[in-house]
Design a protein around this ligand. Structure first.
Ligand code: ADP
Ligand code: ZN
Length: 613
């Protein structure tokens, strides 16, 4: 244990926030949550990724007497959190099966004498009788159950051991518990309450809006090229995650980005554990790595400076999309949630749904989920209300920070076009794919048309006024809206969907969005931090940070976040007192790195940095 790590003792949460963590003020409902725990209440906390959940139990842990036990599902995550705490001068340790006997004895001794403010334990270890007995014998101040949605059997992060955590209430009835998650839906929340906080808890739900994320959904055209252009134009040298539907796509995409001079690594369940770990470690400890991954990647990725999350394929649901995109911009600086999708994605995902062997109820739920996702993709207005309404949160729209707000799409009355398309699908026998249907609408002469005699149909050539791209767009939107469905044989044909009758009869109007392909449009590179990332001061501080991180064997952000470096450059402190004022510089870091940071700045100034001021 780091003997130098003696946290200042204080019983004032704000004082600890400022002195230990170096932050000016509490965010959202942090203060209320902290006060509830200090008063001995249980708490259920729903807060988006990056919202600042950890401080909600870390600060009470430092104020209440006794040790706080933090339960977290991933060993790597616990290690990182404990490293970060130690760097703030807080007494914390991890207890898990990977410790060697000597370190384990040390941790147990520290625990026994009450030297630790926080101990992080994986659920398996915690539930062992020997561990529980040890906890019986020491003074505890609270239990924090992180990633509490792991208790829900509905989600894909389900951990059976989490169900057994109900033993904590029985065995330690006087110790308050706090359960935290970034999963927002009601069902999960109720499940957490029932399983982990059956004796009651105060519930704190924060807004799930992530104002620093810019949501963009583009039309898939040449996806790899689009992705490359996006990264090259807007995210050179940044860390990002690209989500792909399959292992193969993850591999291919990584190889393609590599071939184009970027550093990209695949991550999926087909790689062995060692490779996966290696790629994940590089992503976390180096700058500018892009991970091309299946959904296997992400849980427990605590990296604060992920600048973009891209989807080359549709996610499974809005929940999944929200969670995956949520891994971008945890540090609060601008980040992009970027996606491209197209007609074939809808076909594929609807097909999967049609083939689902789940029971009726489950299928209905799956269908609702898919409709919500497609409605999000096809939205013509601000994306935030669509996203947040899904989590039963209101948003007024006009966020000014999504593609539809920045670049409002045109819409057009497509009632007539939709009728033509639907009748053409009907007349051709409800089994052909988009290409053929469009050929018929346009009155083309192809072998297929001749073979089936489709040039004799009443719909042959009725759509010649619109071009192929527009028809493609109409068909895609009809599929998204459910007016068309994939043919159940799975060969890419389409048939009429449930309620297209009103449309066909002309009793209903249909307004569609006019497609543009914003994803490839050249945009000016937007600085992600309010600092010139080319400036010598930025370079010098980053270099110093990287070196220090290597020496200490921690990720660079554990030393200082990008936001803190940017604030340092902005303020250009010349004394330790001035440096102490900066957000993210707590007392411990000031003692440890203050002189070095000032030296780096002085060196740059001497060399004549223009970024100053
Ligand atoms: P979560 O667990 O909710 O995803 P974290 O607890 O990791 O989020 O916090 C996200 C980031 O926000 C961290 O870098 C944390 O230090 C920072 N943070 C938390 N609370 C505050 C605050 N009150 N002021 C400034 N930064 C904060
Ligand atoms: Zn918007």
């Amino acid at each position: 244990m780091d003997q130098a790590a003696i946290a200042p003792t204080s019983s004032d949460p704000l004082d600890i926030l400022q002195r230990v963590f170096g932050y000016e003020r509490f965010r959202g409902r942090q203060r209320e949550i902290i006060d509830a725990l200090i008063a001995g209440d249980n708490a259920l906390v729903l807060m988006p990724t990056g919202g600042g959940k950890s401080l909600c139990y870390q600060i009470p842990a430092m104020i209440r007497s006794g040790t706080a036990v933090v339960v977290s599902p991933l060993i790597a995550l616990m290690r990182d959190q404990v490293e970060a705490l130690k760097h703030h001068g807080v007494n914390a340790a991890v207890l898990n099966s990977s410790l060697d006997p000597a370190s384990r004895r040390q941790v147990e001794e520290d625990l026994a004498v009450g030297r630790l403010d926080l101990i992080y334990i994986a659920p398996e270890s915690l539930l062992r009788e020997t561990t529980l007995r040890m906890l019986d014998s020491i003074s505890l101040c609270l239990f924090a159950i992180d990633e509490a949605h792991c208790v829900s059997q509905w989600g894909h992060d389900f951990r059976p051991e989490y169900l057994k955590l109900d033993v904590l209430a029985e065995r330690f009835p006087r110790v308050p518990r706090i359960a935290l998650t970034a999963t927002a839906d009601d069902r999960t929340r109720i499940e957490i309450g029932k399983r982990l906080l059956a004796d009651g808890a105060r519930t704190f739900i924060d807004s799930f809006d992530r104002p620093n994320l810019r949501y963009r959904v583009g039309l898939k055209n040449n996806p790899r090229q689009q992705l490359l252009a996006f990264v090259q134009n807007e995210h050179r040298g940044h860390s990002g995650i690209v989500y792909c539907f399959s292992r193969k796509r993850a591999e291919d995409t990584a190889a393609w980005l590599e071939a184009n001079g970027l550093t990209a690594l695949p991550y999926h369940a087909g790689l062995n554990a060692e490779q996966r770990q290696h790629h994940q470690d590089r992503f976390i400890s180096e700058d500018g790595i892009i991970i091309c991954a299946t959904v296997a990647f992400g849980m427990g990725i605590d990296k604060p400076d992920v600048r973009f999350v891209a989807h080359l394929d549709l996610p499974k649901s809005i929940e999944a999309y929200y969670q995956e995109t949520g891994r971008a911009g945890r540090d609060g600086l601008p980040a992009d949630a970027w996606m491209v999708y197209g007609l074939s994605d809808i076909m594929q995902i609807r097909q999967l749904l049609a083939q689902s062997s789940a029971d009726d109820r489950q299928q209905r739920l799956e269908r609702e989920r898919l409709e919500a996702l497609l409605a999000y993709c096809e939205a013509a207005g601000c994306r935030r209300p669509v996203l947040l309404n899904y989590f039963e949160e209101q948003h007024a729209g006009d966020c000014g920070h999504c593609d539809n707000c920045l670049d409002p799409p045109e819409t057009w009355d497509a009632t007539e076009a939709a009728r033509m398309a639907l009748s053409c699908v009907y007349r051709t026998g409800q089994r052909f794919g988009a290409t053929h249907v469009i050929d018929v609408l346009l009155g083309k002469t192809t072998d297929k048309i001749r073979q089936f005699g489709h040039d004799r149909l009443s719909t042959y050539g009725i759509g010649a006024e619109l071009d192929k791209k527009t028809w493609h767009s109409v068909l895609r939107q009809l599929l998204a809206l459910g007016y068309l469905q994939p043919h159940p044989d799975g060969h890419g044909g389409m048939q009429l969907g449930a309620d297209c009758r009103a449309l066909l009869r002309g009793e209903k109007q249909l307004v569609l969005r006019r497609d543009t392909i914003p994803a490839t449009r050249q945009r000016k590179t937007r600085p992600t931090v309010e600092v010139d990332t080319e400036s010598p001061s930025w370079q010098a501080l980053r270099e110093w940070r990287l070196m220090t991180a290597r020496e200490e064997e921690v990720p660079p952000y554990v030393i200082f976040h990008d936001a803190t470096l940017a604030a340092i450059i902005d303020a250009w402190p010349e004394t330790l007192e001035e440096l102490a004022e900066i957000s993210g510089v707590g007392r411990h870091k000031l003692d440890k790195y203050g002189e070095e940071v000032l030296t780096v700045l002085a060196g740059v100034e001497k060399a004549g940095d223009t970024a100053k001021g």
